[in-house]
Design a protein around this ligand. Sequence first.
Ligand SMILES: [Zn+2]
Length: 424
Amino acid sequence: MWRAPDHTRLVFDLSGPLEHRLFTLADPHRLVIDMERAKLAGALAETEADNPLIGAVRTGKPEGDVLRIVIDLKAEVKPRSFVLKPAGQYGHRLVVDLYDARQTPEDDAAKPATEPARPVSKPEAPAGPRMMVIAIDAGHGGEDPGALGRRYRTREKDVTLAVARELARLIDQTPNMKALLIRDGDYYVGLRSRFQKARKNRADVFISIHADAVPAKQARGSSVYALSERGASNAMARHLADRENAADLIGGVSLNDKDSVLARVLLDMSHSKTIEHSLLLGEDILGEIKRVGHVHQRRVQQAGFAVLKSPDIPSVLVETAFISNPDEERKLRTPAFQRSLAQGILAGVKRFVARQAPSAPPPRPATVEARVRPQEHVVQQGETLASIARQYNLHIEALRFLNSLSETEPPVGMRLRLPPEKGG
Ligand SMILES: [Zn+2]
């Protein structure tokens, strides 16, 4: 059982697929979960007495081979449940989320008073420079412990939260910067919800913190990842499927009155710019954390991490060290090393900000333009559509679409229209 700011999550580990039914009863409020052809393999975990929603839990057998779990509730809830197929280290699971009935799922604005909603509630001085918001995402959480250390069974989710909190503390002491902790407790947040929370709070950069694990226990050092183009194009399909969200992604251009090909081109343009900035941010962080310890990969790596798929916020994933290396596992547990990592990451962010925006106030990095793209390009001998696209950091489809080109290469001397730069 895990308590998140706006809901409590119950996770049942199963030995196989399960059919279940869920319903609530009033006077007094109860939640009933009926599981078909199921039996308990052991006692249920103790519930936390201070949970605001959940009281006692009982089990029974209403009929045949149905296992019934009855949960006494302290308030009305909106339940939501789903089953998970085996993935990685986890087997079949039944997940039941209980939302406070006065809140709606994913409504970040409606939080209990105990949760400090930093960026949204901290009023900005109207005259001062805009605060730069750094979203810090502690990897894993709740029923997802992440990787486990060999020597001390250290859980990745605990280390990532410790480093994230330390980084947030340092950021909040830095002028013109404030931290947004994507999770601030031991609960799981969906990967998509993580960057959505960052976007909702107008974060300028997004940093996901993890600890690496591999079978070889000698592997050591930090790595930094940005999203790969391939990961981005998959994400693009998602964003486009969700028009509601897509409309505000590409500053000033509403997608609703555009056809989907143009919408895709515009989003691609903004996303490849974001990836370019993510790579720069990653380089800066890597350059600073190599002072802290070893570096596993000298260059910023690219992969299709779902949590990095924000189309408009430069995003990186930092693998701080190898939790699978007994030496680094021991270090990861110490506040001193956690602080050094946080200091290194913050120094990298500062370097990135300095190179993006030499003058205060810092603008949103995704809209900063280092150089102005010309309006057209005359095709030279030996150039291909792909090489021209690379030269201007465009998607090849953007060039094809704007110039009504088919699959063939453009002739030498042809004037190609280039798309306007985002944010002008
Ligand atoms: Zn991880």
